[in-house]
Ligand binder design. Structure first.
Ligand code: ADE
Length: 236
């Protein structure tokens, strides 16, 4: 395939598994590969956006950083879907809670992704596209979580273009629509998957609460993250 390597990914054809887990932080990708995968090998490191392939319970699986924001995950996921024949991307990230019922370390799955971004402009659609998770991945993730005894909140999340939102009531409005949490990548991933005819799912651990002054300790962050990882690895 003449499109690879790309300006952003130095992996060769066949270097990626059919399923790729994508945390935002490339060092998290390295940690996951070294902690959970058997015989992990690094397949790309362009701009230090590290990617690895190994096996989990005998099945080949990859993990690669996606960076922060929709343009970043947009580039990496587009190339994985279109140039590296990847079929499934599972984002494993963090999100800020918008609802009182959510607490730090809770696991949230994004069934749909609202957005304040103009990412869908590129498709020239005559209306508003609703970015959604793949139902097969979503329903299996919920089943796995149930078996593992991990409660999950499933619903709409917000993919925002801004972390520091200067519009004073923006969060209140999304919260009033029942949106569970805010992050910065899912909508672009869901749209890329839809356009490519591929599958995507986004899950998050709650790392902060927009309406309560709470923050995770390093140990809690790791524990919350591990529970989400266990769901993602079984799913992959
Ligand atoms: N990811 C984790 N917390 C977030 C927040 N408060 N806003 C946007 N993305 C986030």
């Amino acid at each position: 395939m003449s499109n690879i390597p790309t300006p952003h990914n130095s992996a060769k054809q066949g270097d990626f598994a059919k399923t790729v887990l994508m945390p935002g932080d490339p060092l998290r990708a390295k940690y996951i590969a070294e902690t959970y995968l058997e015989q992990p090998r690094q397949v790309t490191a362009v701009r230090n956006m590290l990617g690895y392939t190994g096996t989990y319970k005998g099945k080949e699986i990859s993990v690669m950083g996606a960076g922060m924001g929709m343009p970043s995950i947009g580039i990496y996921s587009y190339e994985l879907f279109h140039f590296y024949d990847v079929e499934n991307i599972i984002r494993i990230g963090s999100a800020g809670a918008l609802q009182d019922s959510l607490h730090l370390m809770d696991v949230v799955i994004g069934m749909g992704a609202c957005t304040d971004s103009n990412y869908a402009y590129q498709y020239g659609l005559p209306g508003t596209f609703a970015p959604i998770a793949d139902y097969g991945l979503l329903s299996r993730a919920v089943e796995i979580a149930k078996k593992q005894g991990t409660p999950v909140a499933v619903g709409n999340i917000l993919s925002s273009d801004v972390f520091y939102n200067l519009c004073p009531d923006a969060n209140d409005k999304w919260r009033s629509m029942g949106v569970l949490a805010v992050e910065m990548e899912a909508a672009a991933l869901y749209m890329n998957a839809a356009r490519a005819g591929k599958k995507a799912l986004c899950m998050f651990t709650i790392s902060d609460h927009i309406y309560r002054p709470e923050a995770l300790s390093a140990a809690d962050r790791q524990l919350g993250f591990s529970k989400m990882m266990e769901i993602a690895l079984e799913l992959a």
